[in-house]
Design a protein around this ligand. Structure first.
Ligand code: ADP
Ligand code: PHD
Length: 806
């Protein structure tokens, strides 16, 4: 014999009830069927009771309840069936109206009246189902499930209940329908098992009847790794131990009412959670088996709670404080969800429902009034609107580092933890956060422990010029592979150019994002940044593909708000050292990334290499580099037949140089790159410390249009050619190079002979030579194509991925 429980959604409409009928019909062995009220009805009944007691009009609420049942009856039954149903339900409706009227007139709502009113839904739904299924026998659970008063609710008298249910064994038929949720006390008064209590009714019946299995039929495929309404990627857990299921449901996994597990566990009855609307899905099996392979099985959470803390140095070493605290709370029937005590014993924190917090505070102030007067206890502090998150898994017992990973991932995302509790069984780690961070926290944790099939990066891209566009194309091309092999999903959560911006939490359609942006409403960079912060998504990355100083100014605020920054823009890294240092420090403090590999040598791994050397204890002693692909191209192509001005024009037309080649020719770009490399090599260099000789002398740079400048440049052709020819005559070539030697930083021309590593640097190649403690005689050399949208976008892409691959 099996017990099948169908919840409110499974009983929520005529078509759902037909599904239930089909599932019951398909059972080969006798079944006990426990039903909840039609979905949403209990809430309406609670509302009707609370409305009546205030002396307000509750009639329309009841009419709504009547109408809902009438519609379902009409759809389920033929005319004569409806008449039978009507007469079977007559007494229930009459009782409901009478009790509500009494409440309305007396303005008093006793526990007995309340339970009678809210329990009506199950009495009706059980009649519906029993009449629908041929030969089904209807039982009244109030005759078997006995309760006694306990705090604000009722407690099941276990032994009496087991005995009464056990005696039922011989009167069962093939299909036996029981209303869930409702029970009775020793005086025969109506009681209930608490909201969501039909699961518990079913478990009690299963235990009392020693059923082979207990099946909880609901509207999701099983017990999910997290609340599927919050975590879209939550998946169905195949198996849970009783203990895991108990912990998850205690901390808010609504799919099973927490007390349900105990009767099943005591009688070792396996529980299956199944989907009424997808009956062939495997569902979740809950039994005594422990599988410890997976460290974390699932997570759950409770909202609308407050953290209450009793604090004071006078509490240290004094026995009995916690006992008095808990007794004071218990005497006011306050349910404690979590307890956390500092090891110094100077504070005890408890989590309780928001609605209980004021009563709790007054109770504690009264209990500890003397200690507060003597200042041994500072008082009671309260943080409202908090949430508790619990991660659960038997596998955590033997896996060190779970909490380390948990808290570092949470911290990296800027979520503050107020209190932590871990049971000695190590089955559960629970912690308290602010409710506004709950969604983000659940996502972070779900991803951290690979409960999600993949990790999501929320990308906010500013700048859709050649690099930005190229990056978008690369992401579009790579996204499927990244998802498959790296389990990484890149969501373009926001896109902006200098005038417009668009957002989409779930990720913009990559193919059409640029077009949509053209049509978008105007927005400033400040608005863009504030929206990113307000979105508060996990793994948020701001990507700067502009050359704008205005955009670079926003990095600090973003990093402070736990948004990683990946930038191809050199401005922030090469402005004042203090600012550079501050950005790096903020990123470190907040546990987020500030990455700018493409600032030097585009996609070449120069900064990364320097970082690796410095971190491993090496010291960069000397640095020589050709850092401008454009200038190197120009140097390589000027000859006796081809003057400088012609080659500059060509470089511009080929798209090598900036649209205004003066930016390259001034040498500032190389200077900025040198500053960044020097700083990454731990030299606190400022711009004024660098001796710079521009590629073209300063007098050629006026404010005129590019064409005018190129015309004027012709006057310099001869001088440049003379410099080149002079080197050539000595068997040398000129290079526009940057160097850092003995703390001296220089940018300018050098002549190199055929033995020099820069001699054979063709086209627009870059090269960096690093001499360090470990690489001195034979320096480290990094060489390659160091300019262009393709390699720069590739470098930005690699930085983005680094944000999650710590
Ligand atoms: N970890 C979880 N696994 C499955 N469902 C969950 C979980 N956490 C929250 N839920 C929610 O619980 C709902 C099922 O519980 P409930 O509404 O009480 O169903 P029923 O009406 O069948 O009793 C699901 O629809 C889901 O939204
Ligand atoms: N109908 C009751 C009892 C119950 O268990 O319902 P459900 O199975 O729909 O959660 C309630 O809403 O609290």
């Amino acid at each position: 014999m099996k017990v099948l429980k169908f919840g409110g959604t499974s009983m929520g409409s005529a078509s759902a009830i037909r599904q239930v009928q089909a599932i019951v019909k398909s059972q080969s062995e006798p079944v006990v069927v426990v039903v909840s009220a039609v979905g949403g009805i209990t809430d309406r009944l609670v509302l009707a009771a609370n409305t009546a007691v205030r002396g307000e009009d509750y009639q329309n609420i009841i009419e709504e309840v009547v109408k809902k049942h009438a519609t379902i009856a009409q759809e389920l039954f033929e005319d004569n069936g409806q008449a039978d149903l009507h007469s079977s339900c007559q007494d229930v409706w009459q009782e409901l109206r009478q009790v509500l009227k009494g409440v309305y007139l007396t303005r008093e709502l006793s526990t007995k009246s309340y339970d009678t009113i809210v329990g009506v839904g199950e009495r009706l739904s059980s009649v519906f189902l029993s009449q629908l299924i041929d030969g089904a026998k209807l039982f009244d659970s109030r005759r078997f499930i006995m309760t006694e008063a306990n705090g604000k609710g009722h407690h099941v008298k276990y032994n009496e209940t087991m005995q009464a249910i056990g005696e039922l064994k011989f009167s069962l038929s093939k299909v036996n329908v029981f209303p869930g949720f409702i029970a009775a006390n020793a005086d025969g008064e109506n009681t209930t098992l608490g909201r969501g209590g039909s699961d518990y009714s079913a478990a009690l019946l299963a235990a009392g009847l020693e059923a082979k299995a207990l099946e909880i039929w609901t509207d999701v495929d099983g017990f999910m790794s997290a609340d599927p309404r919050v975590i879209k990627r939550a998946y169905c857990i195949e198996h849970l131990s009783y203990a895991e299921a108990m912990e998850l449901s205690h901390f808010g996994a609504k799919v099973i009412y927490p007390p349900t597990i105990i009767p099943a566990l005591q009688k070792q009855i396996p529980i299956k959670v199944k989907n009424t609307f997808n009956a062939s899905a495997r569902g979740t099996l809950i039994d005594d088996q422990k599988d410890e392979q997976q460290r974390v099985k699932g997570l759950s959470s409770i909202k609308d709670v407050a953290l209450l803390t009793l604090q004071g140095n006078g509490m240290i070493g004094i026995t009995g404080i916690s006992m008095r605290m808990f007794s004071a709370l218990a005497s006011h029937n306050i349910n404690i969800i979590l307890i956390s005590q500092a090891s110094s014993e100077s504070s005890i924190s408890v989590v309780l429902a928001n609605e209980d917090v004021e009563v709790a505070r007054l109770a504690l102030i009264k209990e500890f009034d003397k200690e507060i007067a003597r200042r041994e206890i500072n008082g009671v502090s309260i943080d409202k609107d908090m949430a508790v998150v619990a991660i659960v898994g038997e596998g955590m017992k033997h896996a060190p580092g779970v909490s380390g990973k948990l808290f570092s991932d949470i911290g990296r995302n800027g979520i503050n933890i107020y209190a932590i509790a871990q049971g000695a069984s190590e089955l559960n780690i629970s912690f308290v956060i602010h409710a506004r961070d709950l969604r983000k926290c659940l996502n972070v944790v779900h991803e951290s422990f690979f409960l999600s099939a993949y990790q999501a990066i929320h990308l906010y891209l500013v700048g859709v010029g050649t690099v930005g566009k190229n990056l978008l194309q690369k992401i579009t091309r790579q996204s499927e592979r990244l998802l498959k092999t790296e389990h990484l999903s890149i969501r373009l959560a926001g896109l902006a150019n200098s005038k417009q911006m668009i957002f989409n939490d779930r990720g913009l359609e990559l193919e059409s994002a640029l077009e949509v942006l053209q049509e978008a409403s105007p927005g400033t960079i400040d608005q863009f940044v504030e929206q990113i912060i307000a979105n508060n998504h996990s793994n948020s990355v701001f990507v700067d593909c502009t050359a704008s100083a205005l955009v670079a100014e926003k990095y600090q605020r973003l990093l402070e708000n736990n948004v990683s920054v990946v930038t191809a823009n050199k401005i922030a890294g090469s402005s004042s050292y203090a600012r550079y240092e501050q950005l790096k420090k903020t990123a470190r403090q907040k546990g987020v990334k500030y990455l700018f590999e493409t600032n030097v040598g585009a996609g070449l791994p120069i900064i990364n290499t320097i970082n690796g050397m410095v971190q491993s204890g090496d010291r960069i002693l000397q640095l020589e580099a050709v850092l401008s692909g454009t200038l190197n191209y120009i140097v390589n192509n000027v000859s006796a037949d081809r003057p400088l001005s012609e080659v500059v024009l060509e470089a511009k037309e080929l798209g090598y140089s900036e649209p205004d080649p003066r930016i390259d020719l001034k040498g500032t770009d190389v200077l900025r790159k040198l500053l960044i490399l020097a700083r990454e090599s731990e030299y606190a260099l400022e711009e004024q410390h660098v001796e710079i000789k521009p590629f073209v002398p300063a007098e050629y740079f006026t404010d005129e249009a590019v064409e005018g400048f190129l015309e004027r440049l012709k006057a310099y052709d001869a001088t440049f050619e003379a410099m080149r020819a002079e080197a050539d005559a000595k068997g040398k070539v000129i290079r526009y190079a940057a160097s850092l030697k003995e703390g001296r930083a220089r940018v300018g021309f050098i002549e190199v002979d055929a033995h020099h590593p820069f001699y054979n640097l063709a086209d627009s190649n870059n090269k960096v030579i690093l001499r360090s403690d470990y690489y001195y005689e034979h320096p480290m050399e990094i060489k390659g194509y160091g300019a262009g949208a393709d390699v720069t976008a590739a470098g930005v892409f690699a930085d983005i991925i680094k944000v999650v691959n710590l």
